[in-house]
Ligand binder design. Structure first.
Ligand SMILES: [Zn+2]
Length: 139
């Protein structure tokens, strides 16, 4: 039973009492109270319907926002990839993918997790004539 139906039932009960709503103060009180209950019931049901509609609209908006987020954040992740100074190279020995990350750059070398080969990283700019042309290879 909805609130409106309960109020309608209550109204029927009151009418069954044949209350004198003109001369009896109690009868008038009950009549006014039932009138207020009827208004409240309609207001509450309107609000409930509005809340349901709003919920559906929020679902739609949420889906749209998720689409936007997937686009925006995917681009951000791409940017972060560029910000993070890491890249992948192929191990010359076994072909395993080597990740050259911050740690490898700090160490100046990268070790292959597959075959254990180590490779020195040449961090200097290409072909600068700074007198030292010898290539320092760590093992
Ligand atoms: Zn390897």
């Amino acid at each position: 039973m909805t609130i409106s139906e309960k109020v309608a039932y209550l109204k029927g009960l009151a009418e069954g009492l044949n209350l004198d709503t003109e001369k009896s103060k109690e009868g008038k009180l009950i009549s006014v109270m039932i009138g207020i209950l009827e208004e409240l019931a309609m207001s509450v049901e309107d609000l409930e319907e509005n809340a349901l509609n709003l919920g559906e609209e929020i679902d739609v908006l949420s889906d749209d926002l998720a689409d936007v987020e997937s686009i925006v954040y995917d681009e951000d992740e791409d940017d972060e990839d560029y910000d993070d100074d890491w890249f992948e190279v192929e191990c010359p020995t076994c072909g395993e993918t080597l990740v050259v990350d911050d740690k490898a750059l700090a160490d100046g070398e990268v070790e292959c997790p597959e075959c254990g080969s180590r490779y020195a990283l040449d961090l200097s700019d290409d072909d600068e004539e700074d007198g030292e042309s010898e290539e320092d290879e760590k093992e």
